[in-house]
Design a protein around this ligand. Sequence first.
Ligand code: ADP
Ligand code: MG
Length: 739
Amino acid sequence: MSEDRLAEPLRKVLGTRTAGALEKLGLVTAGDLLRHYPRRYVEPGRMSDLASLVVGEHVAVMARVQQATVRDMRSRGGAMLQAKVTDGVRSLHLTFFARHRGSLRPHEDRLRPGRLGMFTGTVGEYRGELQLTHPEYQLVGVDADDEATVMLEASRPVPVYPASAAIPTWRIQRAVRTVLDPLDPADVPDPLPDEVRERRGLVDLHTALRLVHEPFSERDWQRARRRLRYEEAFVLQAALARRRAITAALGAVARPGASDGAPGLLAAFDERLPFTLTEGQRTVGEQIAHDLAQAVPMQRLLQGEVGSGKTVVALRAMLQVVDSGGQAALLAPTEVLAAQHVRTLRALLGPLAEAGMLTQAEAATRVVLLTGSQGATERREALLDAASGRAGIVVGTHALLGDKVQFADLGLVVVDEQHRFGVEQRDALRTRSGTTPHLLVMTATPIPRTVAMTVFGDLETSTLAQVPAERAGVTTHVVPADNATWVGRTWRRVREEVDAGRRAYVVCPRITSDDTTGVEGTDDADLLAGEGEGARPLHAVLDVAERLRADPALAGVEVGVLHGRMPAAEKDAAMARFADGRAPVLVSTTVIEVGVDVPEATVMVVLDAERFGLSQLHQLRGRVGRGRDPGLCLLLSSAEDGTDAATRLRTLAETSDGFRLATVDVQLRREGDVLGSSQSGGTSLRLLRVVDHAEVIEEARQDAVDVVGEDVTLLTRPVLARAIEAWLDPRREEFLDRT
Ligand code: ADP
Ligand code: MG
């Protein structure tokens, strides 16, 4: 069969030496090699004659070899080949250097006096004579039959491959030609359907491979790249579209809400809302309400800036499901956040959440908390409420995914702050009940649209752009950690805010100074590696709290601590003392990163700020300035000027636009970090950049949805199906599973 040609091991097609060297680059089959695209192209030299050479210019000249001699270089060691070429009147020197005489042998053999050739290189000057050092060259009668062909070859862009010490780029080029030249279009089946290619004006795969590896002009390789890049986007989007379609085919219970005329929780809730929904909350709410009423599982990503009011949107969705006789589960990444959600939901619902109590409203339900560190009695009761269906809303951490947790009729899963949850966990929850629940994923980490379409491509996306109410906003400053005056000023500033009745967070990367991992389950930061030598010890919550208690600037102020290793009850107590102002300074890990809502908090001091990611810092500072008083975020940093870390912090200080920050974040990190480590060594995204190629991704998504819509099985598209499978090999499964 024809595709066998691409599966052929290079060892069969090329010499073992070349094949062995290519294997070190991860290239094993003919197909691998053909997908190893040139990194860039060297433009051909300007056709010139020996009379008009200008030093520094990249030229191509037709000339005849006069002489070539190899000699050892006594002073520098190594060997050197000097040749002289002429047009009959003037002459030009060619120089090649090598460590050993033997390495110059191939040139010596080829550059025989009398041979005519085209020589390409940059004109240099040595002792008053013009010369080309290490020119590329094509010889008439050796590399090509006639002068015209040689001139044509010399005018082509020269591909430059990602190479290694084991194999230089020109040997890769030669290997590619050996593999590519004998192939017919039929040997290179194209995963892009013809109609898609036609619609987008793209060349077929066989042509693209020829043009990318053996272009005659810049236009050639540009066309090839455009097509190959499109293919990457298309195959990925087709994989995601198929995943969406397969989940949709699973079916779900439609949850249209209370039937007309019947008293419903949602209607009662809307009645008692103390504010009006923002335009965005209403629009997104309608989308979700519509999704929930379908018999296919909703798969929606709701993204919205910190403070954009996602909780209310989620709660209204949950109430619609409860009104339809089902239950909703809300998953939070930390116990602190889960506990806070329960408090918030109960406060928002008031008597509507008091089923079973005297105060209950007509259509009341129950909101229960289920966490790993709950007391046995409390937990047993919560489990019972979930299993019996008495609790309409169950809030918890991943303890919700434990085997013992049963729901009477789980209709909706809401995952808050998605980035801490993997898909396996969500799937575990889905299989917890007989049918597939609807799914709403919420994230406050702003994601550029195309990243969302790529990384979360199997979810429909809704965005809350506005932030409700007047929020005073946050001013951010970077404070050099080695400037004692500024640091002293920082703590006095904290004191001023406390004296004015407000609160301050102090965030540290570690819990204790001997804590070398800095990781505390899901509650702590994923720290960035330190830049530079001799990493300093990082600030630790317990040490910093002790120091601040002893700091005269904070005399008489109670300093609390909060971190993920504290028992749940202690965490709750610490949060409560902070919230009501008894302990107005809270030293903590990033456990407070997501969702914590204390309107009086106005200052956030982040220690070792350079060790946190941009999105994470943006999240953190979203904790202050939530009320009427303006927030202040002070980033203590010892990042050297000019480092990526310093750039990150400066960007953060300059902009409060989360979407813009996310884009910068993606650009500062390498693509592989964005799409997951599985991408770094894979064969998938070579030309596609999720930030730069938004339009390509949009178009590819439309096409992919069309193609998959026609035939989900892809039985009629075997080449595409195989390309998707290549995507879904174990390394890449991980990538899709991030959604
Ligand atoms: P996030 O999107 O960060 O989760 P929250 O849901 O915690 O934001 O909402 C932030 C604050 O804004 C909460 O105190 C919430 O009660 C309030 N809020 C939500 N929607 C509105 C609205 N339409 N008008 C006024 N305040 C609102
Ligand atoms: Mg939230």
